[in-house]
Design a protein around this ligand. Sequence first.
Ligand code: COA
Length: 178
Amino acid sequence: MKLSLFSESETKDVINLFKNVFSESEGEAEGEAISEFVSSLIATTQAKDLVGCLAKDNEITVGCIFFSRFTVPSGQVAFILSPVAVATDVQGAGIGQKLIQYGLDHLKSLHVNLAFTYGDPSYYSKVGFEQINESTVRAPFPLSQPIGWLAQSLDGNKMQAMTGSTRCVAALCDPSLW
Ligand SMILES: CC(C)(COP(=O)(O)OP(=O)(O)OC[C@H]1O[C@@H](n2cnc3c(N)ncnc32)[C@H](O)[C@@H]1OP(=O)(O)O)[C@@H](O)C(=O)NCCC(=O)NCCS
């Protein structure tokens, strides 16, 4: 398996991966919704604000994740991980964790201070994310599952509570995603 950074020429493959994985795990409507979200994320986010990572097996894309810029009131540099997909037939083999770790290492090399995500704490804790409270950092929209609000420091400094609002990229500005 080969890990690499996403480039725009891989857009079609990536959208198909998300569509298939989410259709199979959560139904066709969710597959459609995620493919629209990923298309919008790629089309509307400036290159400096988007980091995608791919896992390929014999040139076939079997995993993909995106981090997009997340603006926090402390002024630290932050990105948020969303979404994540690993092809159904190769799930549970460690690909998701390797891909996320690869992405986090890349963000560290870019001197990013903080990484956030919103998802299952039991999964994302395997790659260093910890549950945070909105009194530490506010989410940009009301959270339907506050236990899924997660973050980690990438620069070795303990994360500090901050006051003020946060901002995500346009594609994530959809209350139904939160
Ligand atoms: C969630 C997902 C990305 C995990 O990737 P993966 O390559 O299958 O996972 P890994 O092999 O790295 O990790 C496996 C471990 O995570 C756990 N795990 C896998 N999917 C999980 C999930 N949805 N929730 C909680 N834990 C999960 C497994 O139980 C396993 O735990 P163990 O190591 O203690 O046995 C993948 O299963 C997937 O694409 N699922 C459908 C889409 C999805 O739910 N995406 C996440 C939301 S954006």
